[in-house]
Design a protein around this ligand. Structure first.
Ligand code: PEP
Ligand code: MN
Length: 322
């Protein structure tokens, strides 16, 4: 069970005193908020007492078809959230080329991984902290915001410092310790769907962050594992309206990782926007043939121009609907 407190909360001390009294094991994460994760069996009487002390009101248990009572966070004045950039930050010049190109078109959110979850342990693992510094420098030089992934709690201090939106990757959607820690952070979180996660599991994963006190969650559908080998993943288009309704959260679509190959990206952009996605994430690289990760699915700058026209159309259509 997870409880959340404001940093200067007077109730927090009473709360942990009750837990200590009863010899409960618990974890306290103090960041912008305080999150308490309790281990052990909590009976109804104790739960009632803890709820009272913490002032916790909602139950927030997700049932099929039920809309959650989260107030929807939206990071931009724009109708849609468009996030573009390379899979990995490889160098300042690589990132600067793409950021300059994208910002020239009006894209405001720059993606790029500094900590990369790679299937093969011998593959490029990202530039780490140096990648974060490059990301922040390049983004601010082009007046863009940083979207970058945190893979582990141990990276959180660094990622929080540089990211405007913290990405949780598909492989970490089930990392409940990481999700719990993100509840204590005062930064928006982009929660990708696990490649083998049901929509309900994905929705419930978001509750770890929200219950921890961070309601600024955006979901990202990025394709799931099916029996179909012709694409890298199968984009689950209906997950968009279903997750929107189920959670009340915005849902964007990563069109690159499902496609696996750049020629398949434009149809997915069309499909995602037609399904009512709140935004698009797409990988773009100045020289995909020589990219250190996901080159095959990364768009060239020229490819991106036509995808961008699709996005612009959706923006203007979106605005005219009530
Ligand atoms: C990525 O965005 O580069 C990435 C690794 O995505 P995912 O977690 O969806 O595989
Ligand atoms: Mn990638």
């Amino acid at each position: 069970m997870i409880y959340s407190f404001e940093k200067d909360s007077v109730e927090f001390d009473d709360f942990v005193a009750v837990l200590s009294d009863q010899s409960f094991d618990y974890e306290v994460i103090k960041r912008d908020k305080i999150v308490v994760r309790i281990f052990g069996r909590i009976d109804d009487a104790l739960k009632h007492r803890l709820d009272q002390i913490s002032g916790r009101v909602s139950k927030l248990t997700m049932k099929k078809g039920q809309e959650a009572t989260v107030s929807r966070y939206w990071p931009t004045d724009d109708e849609k959230l468009f996030v573009a950039g390379p899979c990995s930050v490889e160098s300042e010049s690589q990132l600067d080329k793409t950021a300059g190109f994208l910002s020239g078109l009006g894209i405001k959110y720059l993606r790029g991984g500094a900590f990369k979850p790679r299937t093969n342990s011998n593959s490029f693992q990202g530039l780490g902290r140096e990648g974060l510094r490059i990301m922040a420098k390049v983004a601010s030089g082009h007046d863009m915001k940083v979207v970058t992934e945190v893979m582990d709690k141990s990276q959180l201090d660094d990622v929080v410092q540089y990211a405007d939106i913290i990405q949780v990757g598909s492989r970490n959607m089930f990392n409940y310790s990481l999700l719990t820690a993100l509840g204590a952070v005062d930064k928006p979180v982009l929660l990708k769907r696990g490649m083998a996660a049901t929509i309900d599991e994905w929705a419930q994963a978001s509750q770890y962050i929200i219950k921890g006190g961070n309601g600024r969650v955006i979901l990202c559908e990025r394709g799931i594992r099916t029996f179909e080998p012709r694409t890298r993943f199968t984009l689950d288009i209906l997950a968009v309206p279903i997750a929107q309704k189920l959670t009340g959260l915005p849902v964007i679509v990563d069109v690159s990782h499902a496609a696996g190959e750049r020629s398949l990206v434009p149809p997915l952009v069309g499909a995602a926007l037609a399904a009512g996605a709140d935004g698009i994430m797409v990988e773009v690289h100045p020289d995909p043939e020589n990219a250190l990760s996901d080159g095959l699915q990364s768009l060239t700058h020229d490819d991106f121009k036509s995808v961008f026209r699709q996005m612009q159309k959706a923006e203007s259509t979106g605005k005219s609907t009530p």
